[in-house]
Design a protein around this ligand. Structure first.
Ligand code: UD1
Length: 387
């Protein structure tokens, strides 16, 4: 470590985080490999909280996106929100006291994001200064990537995570202008807010060729633009027996019209089993284990439409102009509706919305500004400028 270096801890914990850290690591390594005299070296430590731990929910993404193995794995595993958050906090505090980074960078809105932000905001380094660089701080600066998104629905655990993380962060990197507006309305100083674009699109563009070569739809024996791609995991859709049964009935019905490709998230799998919800034996309803990043991107590009409750898929469908039905009463990504190809649906209107998509015109939309693959670069430029 030289005096001209910044020590940064990058945190990831759950599946959607991995797509967001991959381009950041690539950009850091690129800058470190060709340091300009005026710029700092970034000495990063990758911390995996272990919130997701199944091979297909975690390790597969590190392998496919060529993310280096985590330097530290907190191995917290699954638990209630309180227990999981508390356990991450206890274990992350030890890491901060040991490493004393200048910056903690968190991404997205999962429990790991919230837990590590809370610890970083309250920690006090012994001696109250970082010995590892020329940045002298009592605690690390907290940088939040994907700041400012709001569903305005506090029954969603992610909304609580977003609100608290953004209230405590020192640098708020937003993906779209609505994020800036939301933060300003919450009284966050404009000087902390940086519109940098959508980091998910960095990963998408960097992996597009590889995703296309997967030809996943062909392997699944479904034709381009003649199948629906479905993902569902939100507690509001899968934790309630009658809601989940209704959704599964609609999927059975849809499978009589076109093939349905449905990789089942572990939470959804658990709930289907708990409620003993029988799935039809229609061969057109293709249930499978969670799939990897490239397969998923390939399916998004080639599907007739996507039915989902995932945030990332709302963005990826907008990028490809693939119609998307989001099975939620709201979205923290309104730009995918106002500019993209997304629309909201609910279990009651799901079938008529599906019919409309299958039979009528739909909004193809356009790719929002700054969804251009250069978000990680812009984030690093802001980090350099701030130090
Ligand atoms: C979490 C995030 C959510 C994100 C989603 C993506 C929070 C509050 N939620 O939801 O924002 O969209 O990840 O997947 O942080 N499980 C496994 N294997 C795993 C991980 C989980 O079997 O590797 C099962 C466990 O039974 C666990 C359940 O899935 O209890 C839920 O996992 P959890 O991390 O609590 O929330 P997700 O629903 O995955």
């Amino acid at each position: 470590m030289t005096a001209n270096s910044m020590k940064l801890i990058l945190v990831a914990g759950a599946r959607p985080n991995f797509m967001k850290i991959a381009p950041l690591i690539r950009a850091i390594e690129k800058h470190n490999a060709s340091p300009k005299t005026s710029q700092m070296n970034i000495d990063y430590i990758l911390v995996h909280t272990g919130q997701h731990y199944d091979i297909e929910m975690s390790e597969a993404f590190f392998r496919d996106l060529e993310i280096p193995s985590p330097d530290i794995n907190l191995e917290v595993g699954s638990a209630s929100h309180t227990a999981q958050t508390a356990e991450i906090m206890k274990r992350f505090e030890k890491i901060l006291l040991q490493e004393k980074p200048d910056v903690v960078m968190v991404v997205g809105d999962v429990n790991s994001t919230l837990a590590c932000t809370l610890v970083a905001s309250k920690i006090e380094y012994p001696g109250a200064r970082s010995k590892t660089s020329n940045l002298h701080r009592r605690r690390p600066l907290i940088a939040h990537v994907e700041a400012g998104l709001r569903s305005f629905d506090r029954s969603m655990p992610e909304e609580i995570n977003r609100l608290v993380t953004d209230a405590l962060a020192d640098l708020l990197f937003t993906p779209s202008p609505d994020g800036n507006e939301n933060l300003k309305k919450e009284g966050i100083a404009e000087s902390k807010i940086k519109l940098v674009g959508n980091i998910m699109i960095d990963t998408l563009l960097g992996n597009l060729q590889k995703a296309r070569t997967r030809q996943t739809h062909k392997k699944l024996d479904v034709n381009e633009k003649e199948f629906a791609y479905v993902t569902l995991h939100r507690p509001s859709n899968v934790d309630d027996k009658s809601t989940l049964s209704t959704i599964m009935e609609h999927l059975d019905r849809l499978a009589c019209e076109i093939p349905v490709v449905f990789p089942v998230h572990p939470r959804t799998k658990k709930m289907l089993a708990n409620y003993a919800i029988a799935c039809s034996n229609n061969n057109n309803l293709k249930l499978m284990d969670p799939i990897g990043y490239h397969d998923s991107i390939c399916l998004v590009e080639h599907a007739r439409f996507v039915l989902t409750d995932s945030g990332g898929l709302q963005e990826e469908t907008t990028f490809f102009r693939t119609p998307c039905l989001t099975l939620r009463p709201n979205t923290e990504r309104p730009i995918t509706i106002t500019e993209g190809s997304n629309m909201l649906t609910n279990p009651g209107s799901l079938w008529s919305d599906i019919e409309q998509l299958l039979n009528g015109p739909y909004q193809k939309g356009k790719i929002p500004g700054l969804w251009d693959g250069k978000t990680a670069e812009r984030i690093l430029q802001h980090l350099y400028a701030m130090t």
